[in-house]
Design a protein around this ligand. Sequence first.
Ligand code: SF4
Ligand code: SF4
Length: 102
Amino acid sequence: MGEIKVARKKGWKELPEGDYLEPGSAAVFETGDWRSERPVWIPENCIQCLFCWVYCPDSSVKVKDSLMTGFDYKHCKGCGICVTECPGKKGNKAIKMEAEKK
Ligand code: SF4
Ligand code: SF4
């Protein structure tokens, strides 16, 4: 039987340098482009608990004078966590998800 030759793998010092992104890039890039669904606020059901603001992983719930005022659609990725956490008023949620129109 012939000898089987195994290609030698490169060591880590021989590999080309990779690339990286500067920290804080989400503030620069409009990550809202990734969204397939968008949260829509229903003010009449909102009790201003700000759970949506606390739980949003992208800081995309807009708050002014301690009141929820809507969403930053340039950065909201449409994950739906705000809808899940929103207690709403008397069981009626103050946020619903709608299909993104692109
Ligand atoms: S859908 Fe996700 S990213 Fe957008 S506001 Fe709600 S929690 Fe934040
Ligand atoms: S979680 Fe719901 S009820 Fe609470 S502030 Fe946000 S939208 Fe309003």
